[in-house]
Design a protein around this ligand. Structure first.
Ligand SMILES: Cc1cc2nc3c(=O)[nH]c(=O)nc-3n(C[C@H](O)[C@H](O)[C@H](O)COP(=O)(O)OP(=O)(O)OC[C@H]3O[C@@H](n4cnc5c(N)ncnc54)[C@H](O)[C@@H]3O)c2cc1C
Ligand code: FES
Ligand code: FES
Length: 464
């Protein structure tokens, strides 16, 4: 039985089939049709609901979530807001109505969900925060100015809502249509993995949810990693930070902000806030996409994975994990336990750059990451990795060779940029041509110098 608080009341259900999304469940089974379906793939935000876990309010895409993922949490849909506010509209709703923030209304419940989560968070409300919170919500008729105005207005009038204490979670949900395992320890997780190698290993579901909502993959059995305490750990030592595989982007961000700000900036451009609340570091690694946004940074930062099974734990340089297009070194009985990233030393520089057609909510055409070690202005070590340039995220060995031993100068960087052209043979697809990708990769090497040396400040068109 899956138990959660729904719009302020206890709720339980036996619907655990992985093929029924949370969106389908609340609309079709419960008749809560305020939440809409637009794209069913995490792009439009029409399905945004609020999930409260351990007192933290997060906007999430119901179209990507399985019902089992709600176990032990509180779910708030647009229908619940009035109810939990003693029968009155919450300020976000009033401001959208009175400020002309809605026309046909199709997108409005999603905007309300995203803004209610923002208003209830501890985040300082600023225009940047509002834009970030709304980047995953599309409106085709109103235009965004009145919506942003309504957000500014509403977020000044905070309504305190105390979430209900969570229901106890269960580690097994089962009915005729499917089985949803939610283990709580690593030992339980690897035992299940060993016994059920065909089961879907589900973390945040932002990749897997898509294959289910589009009917490509209908697994009967799911093993959900989100409640495994070892996979949720974040451990910082003097020389490294270790993230459990099930740590979401949102939880990782404050740590990355302080240790690798450029990496954090790249992560802020992964999907939308709804996606980053669900999506995890381990899921990005497990997907092994050649354009996974974290992967070049992990490689350039010399990160190592810990892979766990019932028989052993092994460490592997993340670079060696990616064998071929979406093929990895993960054995059928293994799970990714954690990723360890060495901290930068005083003489190291790190940058990552994502290039995509749109700034927000877009997949990379090319992504480059660079870690350089300098000793008295000479490059003594270079780790460069690119995504979007090969079948896997890939080291730029020729560029590194050109740079190492050279004085850190524009000339050295131009030589490395020339090597980028020879190093990769990228493909052309609907995101970018091969020629464009090669040119961008070379330009990013030049950009590194101009950025680090402050030669040019106008590097990011969004920040003009
Ligand atoms: C609208 C939208 C926008 C997106 N934008 C971006 C983007 O800009 N950049 C980007 O890189 N990605 C993007 N993604 C893809 C996705 O959000 C990320 O890849 C995310 O990190 C996946 O994490 P998850 O927890 O949701 O993974 P899941 O979907 O749960 O799992 C993904 C894969 O990883 C495996 N896996 C998960 N955990 C483990 C583990 N512990 N051990 C072994 N295997 C595991 C799963 O079995 C599955 O094969 C986007 C997705 C959507 C829907
Ligand atoms: S329906 Fe578009 S994001 Fe879920
Ligand atoms: S009001 Fe019509 S889509 Fe936003």
């Amino acid at each position: 039985m899956v138990r959660f608080v729904l719009n302020g009341s206890d709720h339980e259900t036996e619907v655990v089939s992985p093929s029924v999304s949370m969106l389908e469940y609340i609309r079709c089974e419960l008749g809560l049709t305020g939440t809409k379906e637009g794209c069913a793939e995490g792009d439009c935000g029409a399905c945004t609901i609020v999930r409260v876990v351990d007192g933290v309010f997060e906007a999430v895409n119901a179209c990507l979530m399985q019902v089992g993922q709600a176990d032990g949490s509180e779910i708030i849909t647009v229908e619940g807001l009035e109810k939990i506010n003693g029968g009155a509209l919450v300020p976000v709703q009033s401001a959208m109505a009175s400020g002309g923030g809605t026309q046909c209304g199709f997108c409005t419940p999603g905007f309300i969900g995203a803004l209610f989560a923002l208003e209830q968070s501890e985040e300082k409300i600023s225009d940047d925060a509002i834009h970030d919170a709304l980047a995953g919500n599309l409106c085709r008729c109103t235009g965004y100015r009145p919506i942003v105005d309504a957000a500014r207005d509403a977020c000044k009038k905070f309504v305190e809502y105390k979430p209900r204490p969570p229901k106890a979670r269960e580690s097994l949900h089962k009915n005729d249509a499917g089985v949803f395992h939610a283990p709580e320890t690593l030992s339980e997780l690897v035992t299940l993995r060993n016994e059920l190698p065909e089961a879907m290993l589900l973390s945040g579901g932002t990749d897997l949810g898509l294959s289910i909502s589009k009917g490509r993959h209908q697994p009967k059995t799911v093993i959900h990693t989100a409640h495994v305490k070892e996979l949720q750990e974040i451990v910082e030592t003097d020389d490294a930070i270790v993230f459990g595989a099930a740590v979401s982007y949102t939880r990782a961000l404050p740590y990355l902000d302080s240790l690798f700000p450029s990496f954090a900036e790249t992560i802020r451009r992964i999907g939308s806030r709804q996606i980053r609340n669900l999506g995890t570091l381990g899921g990005n690694i497990g997907t092994a996409s050649p354009i996974g946004d974290t992967l070049p940074s992990f490689i350039a930062l010399d990160a190592a994975l810990t892979l766990a099974s019932t028989s052993e734990e092994r460490e592997l340089d993340i670079e060696q994990f990616f064998l071929d297009y979406r093929r990895t070194d993960l054995r059928p009985s293994e799970v990714i336990r954690s990723i360890r990233i060495p901290k930068l030393t005083d003489n190291q520089i790190f940058r990552s750059y994502k290039v995509s057609k749109r700034y927000d909510q877009d997949i990379s055409s090319v992504i480059g990451a660079f870690r350089l070690t300098l000793d008295r202005a000479v490059v003594t070590d270079a780790r460069i990795a690119f995504g979007g340039m090969a079948a896997t995220p890939k080291r730029g060995a020729a560029m590194e060779t050109v740079l190492v031993g050279q004085k850190w100068s524009e000339r050295a960087v131009f030589n490395a940029a020339a090597a980028a052209h020879k190093e990769y043979q990228p493909i052309s697809d609907h995101r970018a041509t091969s020629k464009y990708r090669s040119m961008v990769a070379a330009n990013l090497v030049t950009r590194l110098y101009r950025d680090v040396e402050g030669v040019e400040t106008n590097l990011n068109v969004m920040k003009i």
